[in-house]
Design a protein around this ligand. Structure first.
Ligand SMILES: Nc1ncnc2c1ncn2[C@@H]1O[C@H](COP(=O)(O)OP(=O)(O)OP(=O)(O)O)[C@@H](O)[C@H]1O
Ligand SMILES: C[C@@](O)(CCO)CC(=O)[O-]
Length: 358
């Protein structure tokens, strides 16, 4: 068995605009998806997504796309989840030149789904890493990032940037502009995350921004203004002490985050609960706050080295969870198989539910 994990991320700046070639700066955070992969003797793929929480309940399923889950969950939701795993499997088979490789796969994640923390990218990155290693092929984090991007691009009908997958594979702070992906230095930033318990539909939100941008010049200008904020923000990071963020740096980054949030709100991708959490953070003294990821619901990210924002968020109606998130300096990495690996593996094999070949 091979086990790999990969981190989720927050966007310091630039989500949505990055889809149209503007730069973005996502930062990996210490919330991880962990994927365990065992090669099989046949070409079947069996998946156990133990904590796949969809709309507040948990589904456990086995088999590939098209098979029925163990509990009553709308088929499109299960197919969406299977789409990412299937795409990761296809990339691993291709990388190892093993088109008939079969796998038992277990996915565990402490990244909320569809909430702006890059859960799908982390699952795909960790899945490709574990499956290729299981086949005896070791890809560099950049190669994993590239294949994970291709997988996401395919599942999301061409509406994905390289930002989430590159950030998850490489770790730390990164800068993505089109196909140009780089790691950048950033001091340890005091991120606080507020989560409204919900999720956004990434595809629909990206399509909404695309439509606005095509219809109105001022919406297109809004997208390019987000790019301007990102460029100014990265200048600040480039001049910063990488060991310790100064008060002046936090203050200006926070101001830019507030600006970025306002423009995302104008583009229609915020929500009442995201706005409430952003305002609660600002009123608690955070340097700045913005939604992160696709929006529509899910998470905000604030900058605050004190406990005030986290406390205020906990008392904010609409906020379900608030936590501090460290910058994850490591991207994709191999993990020790858990002591219970053998029994978990045999449980997968013993499962009576249908099995599919992908
Ligand atoms: N633990 C998991 N097990 C199986 N599938 C998962 C898991 N976590 C995420 N996924 C898949 O990823 C999808 C969410 O991806 P999506 O790109 O919509 O949101 P996100 O990556 O969490 O947020 P954002 O793109 O806004 O940062 C889920 O619907 C599911 O298909
Ligand atoms: C909304 C978006 O910019 C970020 C989603 O985490 C989409 C993407 O970059 O693929």
């Amino acid at each position: 068995m091979t086990v790999s994990s990969a981190p989720g991320k927050v966007y310091l700046f630039g989500e949505h605009a990055v889809v149209y070639g503007e730069p973005a700066v996502p930062c990996a955070v210490e919330r991880r998806a962990t994927v365990s992969v065992s090669a099989r003797d046949d070409d079947h793929v069996r998946v156990r997504a133990e904590d796949l929480s969809l709309n507040g309940f948990t589904v456990e399923y086995s088999g590939s796309t098209g098979n029925h889950p163990d509990v009553d969950v709308p088929t499109p939701l299960v197919e969406a989840a299977m789409g990412y795993i299937d795409a990761a499997v296809a990339q691993a088979r291709d990388a190892a030149d093993a088109p008939d490789a079969g796998f038992d796969i277990t996915v565990k994640s402490d990244i909320p789904l569809g909430a702006g923390l890059g859960s799908s990218a982390a699952v795909v990155v960790a899945g490709i890493d574990a499956a290729t290693r299981e086949l005896g092929v070791e890809l560099s984090p950049r190669e994993i990032a590239d294949r994970a991007y291709r997988a996401e691009h395919e599942v999301q009908d061409g509406q994905a940037s390289r930002a989430d997958t590159f950030c998850s594979a490489m770790g730390g702070a990164v800068r993505v502009e089109g196909d140009d992906c780089r790691t950048i230095d950033a001091p340890p930033l005091p991120f606080v995350i507020g989560f409204d318990g919900g999720a956004g539909d990434t595809g629909a939100l990206v399509s909404g921004v695309r439509a606005l941008r095509e219809e109105y010049d001022f919406a297109a200008d809004t997208v390019s203004t987000i790019g301007d904020i990102v460029r100014r923000g990265e200048d600040l990071l480039a001049d910063a002490d990488p060991e310790e963020p100064s008060e002046a740096l936090l203050s200006e980054l926070g101001r830019f985050m507030n600006f970025n949030h306002g423009l995302l709100e104008a583009l229609g991708v915020s929500s009442r609960s995201l706005d409430s959490m952003v305002w609660a953070a600002r009123e608690a003294g955070a340097y700045g706050a913005k939604l992160t990821g696709a929006g529509g619901g899910g998470c905000i990210v604030a900058l605050d080295p004190t406990p005030e924002t986290q406390t205020a968020l906990r008392f904010t109606p609409g906020c379900e969870d608030a936590f501090r998130a460290e910058l994850a300096t490591e991207g994709v990495r191999v993990e020790e198989p858990p002591a219970s690996a053998a029994s978990a593996e045999s449980n997968v094999g013993d499962d009576q539910s249908p099995e599919g070949s992908a």
